[in-house]
Design a protein. Structure first.
Lengths: 242, 242, 242, 242
């Protein structure tokens, strides 16, 4: 089996602008995630960030990526439309996409789902989140217990403006009284898309063992499948007329 | 427009065995719901209970019912299999079915969904429930705010062993830390099925205005649609062979 | 009950450029559909076409539209992006949208679904189509038989690059050997979206009684629902901290 | 990786009663499928038939089965209810189930789906079937082209009385004018269920390379996933009261 090629994309601004965030993620959120994924055989992991040329997502990188992980927040609007369109095309051709936390407001997530995915309730008071598993037989939940508990998180609350997920695998409970669809799987074109909610930059979420486990499971789940060949456009009839 | 014929079915045992329940529902849960539905034009509402002959669900009653509301808890096993099968057949032919609270463990709910629908977490400590609206454009949520709050309820927690709903319209938050898919819509055969979670017998849930509103909305949503005609069995080809 | 306000949008180019099309639709496809819908009480129907200012879709028109019907083909690229964005916003707020036939390639359809909805197989040889009803209890199929037969149609064949529909209600059989998901229902934001396949401009499809019946049923199904009120953004906690 | 344990269950009556069927499947349909699956590393395949004690499905066999393949037709009613219930429980615990062709009318299929799954149109005239791939990125379609063509088959036509599949991956075209949802994936409890239509006993369907490929892909797809641990029943609150 060949290695799965993973690219972890990060906006990488908070870490450079905010000392507290930098203390949690000294090499950036992308490298925290990459560091974990590298502990497994079978993943080949690189990173890309907003301020690199082409946001680090050249054709060569994109064509060499099986699964793309996306974290953004402050600077969604700075992501170039032509690159968003290339990412979208790659997903429809089969590349997996994992969108984390505030990536819900990214252009790529909105363009693939069609709704105002940035719309939700929020509150960054550092409250408890309990992420309940809804589909216990789903590969993304492999190795978890009944729930994941995160002591301090930003709250996201419904209504989250997404199309009903093809598979809803996690629902979050928040101390302040809200709920959220925190694990949402979609199939679009030949590609698979997984939205996973946790991850505020001011908390050490990407050091939490269960959060990292879900991301690794998500990468495996979102990996491209060869599938069937596909043609389109004008075609001759397969049957003769009566 | 002709009236919608609604039958409210209740096991009707708690109310006769427990003074506290009787004080909340002196004429039974079925009559509390019937009393509310009767305040609207367009509903024609009768009741049926377990201890009547054929559980009050004769062929005549079932054939004259557009939407059946079901509340059961203690005595699921006493419901006759042949009557469950008749109810199931009527749903597949187009009768709406609204299953309330502990009706999740009923034979009719399990037979239509196929999973062990009685399986969930629970705790009857009388804690706060907040039922969040997930689909704001759905007719069953008509006239609600962002959520329904119930001061004291029995908790039901995930994982609830149901097939993923065709439409998930409510998710509950519980004070004790759990979440639950509390409003689940299904289409089975020509019929529509709505599961609505609130309703423990020891609390005055069926006097709560928003809970009652949802039940009335659910009845309207689940009403039969004439739809298309349907045939099955051996058929002659529609096309000549080449 | 107030009237349902319907706007029928047509690109309206084929009818002006091609005598054969003009002979079938002397006043345009939009007026053929409008003429039918006007025969019912309860619909208030206007039309809008590409070459009008703002494509006939001013804010006033859009805000006064409950359900928008869309037919386009040659000139998808001429539709202004800002107007597409306004239509999309209105759908997410609750306006119904019915996309007909080659409208599958329109900007509005693609922007709401996120996939390359223009991708499919096709052949305009005028072959027989048989549209089978898949969900007989669905209101859009009201009054139909087991199938609709159209003697001469353009073929559209799978794979159609759409997200799996929330409800699949029609599948087409074509004489030349293909199949197609011809009736697809989606819920996006507070709005409902119905794609209905038949309708090539060189055949009198919008004079076919069953096709027209489905369009009228679709308008009723897609009508806005008041639903629940909705808030988003930063919110205070509903619960006190422990 | 440990081997996947597959049990191929066959009613095994046609082959013993009909010379023509016996000439196509001299050792039974079960052994035709087993013979193919055995050509792969990673599958450990046994068979079970109706007329064995406990229909060959003892607790030991069921508990040692990862994926069960089911073919039945004449004798659905002879399958013991207690064994159906055991199979259903195993599926909900995670065992994969692949139901072939006329298995649509089996007790196990109906009990897991809840609708009258035996209801469809049919005609056994030996006509052409073309099975179109609808989801090209799905692992069950791996290695296929745009469609599978079968020169002579029994026709099954819609409306097929099933719940809308969680994933619809194949749609069939029939020479006589019908269509059918031929590849339907469901998730029930922790288990996965795949219905695959082709397979009439009087034609050599289970010698067709693409049909066999789909069955092998289906077995891999339906394999159990460890997933998350699960608890149910009365639970103590996770949060202290305010």
């Amino acid at each position: 089996m060949t290695n799965l090629k993973v690219t972890v994309w990060n906006e990488y601004r908070h870490e450079k602008q905010n000392e507290h965030v930098a203390s949690i993620y000294p090499e950036g959120i992308h490298n925290a995630i990459r560091g974990y994924l590298k502990t497994f055989d079978g993943f080949e992991v690189r990173t890309a960030v907003l301020d690199e040329p082409e946001h680090g997502l050249s054709d060569e990188v994109l064509n060499g990526t099986d699964v793309l992980i996306w974290w953004g927040h402050l600077a969604h609007s700075e992501v170039r439309d032509d690159i968003v369109e290339k990412v979208r095309a790659r997903v429809l051709e089969g590349m997996g996409l994992i969108v984390l936390h505030s990536g819900n407001g990214s252009k790529i997530f909105e363009s693939l789902l069609g709704t105002k995915t940035g719309s939700l309730k929020w509150r960054d008071d550092g409250e408890k989140e309990r992420i309940w598993v809804i589909e216990h037989g789903h590969p993304i939940t492999d190795g978890l217990g009944d729930y994941i508990e995160i002591p301090k998180e930003e709250m996201y609350g419904e209504r989250f403006d997404i199309p009903a997920p093809d598979e809803l695998i996690f629902i979050s409970w928040f101390e302040g009284g809200e709920v959220f669809r925190s694990g949402c799987c979609y199939r679009r074109g030949k590609g698979k898309l997984f939205y996973f909610r946790p991850g505020h930059e001011t908390f050490p979420i990407y050091h939490h063992p269960d959060v990292l486990k879900v991301i690794a499971n998500g990468v495996r789940w979102a990996a491209p499948v060869q599938g069937a060949s596909l043609s389109s456009g004008r075609v001759a009839p397969l049957e003769l007329r009566n």
